[in-house]
Ligand binder design. Sequence first.
Ligand code: SF4
Ligand code: SF4
Length: 167
Amino acid sequence: MKLWRRFFASFWTTLRQLPRRDTLSYPEQQPQLGPRWRGRPVLTRDADGEERCVACELCSAVCPTQCIALGGADRPDGRRFAESFRINFARCIYCGLCEEACPTLAIQLSPEFAFAQSERGDFVYGKEALLIDGPGKHPDYRYYDHAGVRICALPPAAAVDPRSNLP
Ligand code: SF4
Ligand code: SF4
């Protein structure tokens, strides 16, 4: 008896799901992506239009598939930038670790997911294809507003008695 009840319960569950249609007629119908969707990484600029990347290579070091390669150089004003930047999207797994590691918020995962290619070599994107004109998810962030800024007018440090911390 119990077995029959279970059978009809599961049959009823299946029947109830029949009118549901989760399949989209892509590409006419585009899927709704979540706000934290992880698609193709891009390189962004700050609010002044300057490249954010300072060629520190942290993204390249942390990338589990080692698909990022870049070369840095110095500008005449001493600021460092990525002279070349390459990502092999045939190996990228969209884990987002490069974005997490980037100290300047330069590399960000975009919502783009539709960039299929027929040749494997076409998945290798150079800097000209990676660098976008906008700031991405962080419109007002400028790395140099926070890094390398001289801190002045700090109050004098209070005298510390090192013995007071002894057990
Ligand atoms: S998303 Fe992950 S796999 Fe892709 S480039 Fe960034 S760190 Fe590498
Ligand atoms: S994208 Fe970010 S982590 Fe990668 S080299 Fe540039 S500044 Fe460093």
